[in-house]
Design a protein around this ligand. Structure first.
Ligand code: AP5
Length: 213
């Protein structure tokens, strides 16, 4: 099963992908997490991606496609969280999968309005070590500022400042939303109301995937 999570920043893709990956025992590939790790380690990719990420713009397709080629599992299912994000990326993914005799099973679209995104991202806290995601109001850690899972410090992402969040939302509308029609045309798109609770959304996704994922 190869599932693509599509949706604006802060729509809950990462939260659901982490849950689902544990529930179904399939890999979770987040281009955002991979890029942040590359920035932290100061790799060549990280150096080239950093400025785009800080500005809330997309990293060039060629860098992202090479990254996915490197990490894509050859066996077993996986969830793609945050990739593809442009039509050229989606076409490159099709080519790559064809090479392994595979195809995207379903694309889940997380629909949320801009104001919900701003509210969620202004309160998001991320573990500086294991990447677990929290929210000051909607999913607080047991102990303030400390990760429940590994005990490391929780931090706010640099690109979660309101001005950058609004730019990321605009970039999503302009460059990523065309993928909605792309995958509708292939009969793979399932839209979800992503303003519901984490548990409700998780239940819906499991239902959708059971239904012939
Ligand atoms: P990336 O890390 O992928 O960011 P994003 O897509 O903008 O998504 P987010 O991680 O911000 O949000 P999310 O939907 O995962 O929400 P989350 O679950 O955390 O990308 C970062 C940057 O990397 C990009 O801007 C770009 O520069 C670059 N990049 C990455 N991929 C790329 C690509 N393919 N091509 C080019 N460039 C690329 O939830 C958000 C908050 O809400 C959390 O606090 C959470 O606890 C809370 N929450 C989640 N669900 C709910 C709910 N149902 N109710 C209430 N609160 C909730």
């Amino acid at each position: 099963m190869i599932v693509v999570f599509l949706g604006p920043p802060g729509s809950g893709k990462g939260t659901q992908a982490k849950k689902l990956s544990q529930e179904l025992g399939i890999a979770h590939i987040s281009t955002g997490d991979l890029l942040r790790d590359a920035v932290k380690r100061g790799t060549d990719l990280g150096k080239r991606a950093k400025e785009y990420m800080e500005r809330g713009e997309l990293v060039p397709d060629s860098l992202i496609v090479s990254l996915i080629e490197e990490v894509m599992p050859k066996d077993g299912g996986f969830i793609l969280d945050g990739f593809p994000r442009t039509v050229p990326q989606a076409l490159a993914l099709e080519n790559m999968l064809e090479g392994y005799g595979k195809h995207v099973s379903k694309v889940i679209l997380f629909e949320v309005p801009e104001e919900v995104v701003v509210d969620r991202l202004s309160g998001r806290l991320t573990c500086s070590s294991c990447g677990a995601v929290y929210h000051v109001k909607y999913n607080p850690p047991k102990q303030e500022g400390v990760c429940d899972l590994c005990g490391s410090k929780l931090v706010q992402r640099e690109d979660d400042k309101e001005e950058v969040v609004r730019r990321r939302f605009r970039v999503y509308k302009e460059q990523t939303e065309p993928l909605v029609e792309f995958y509708k045309g292939k009969n793979k798109l399932i839209s979800l109301d992503a303003t519901q609770s984490v548990e409700e959304i998780n239940k819906k996704i499991l239902e959708v995937l059971k239904d012939g994922g």
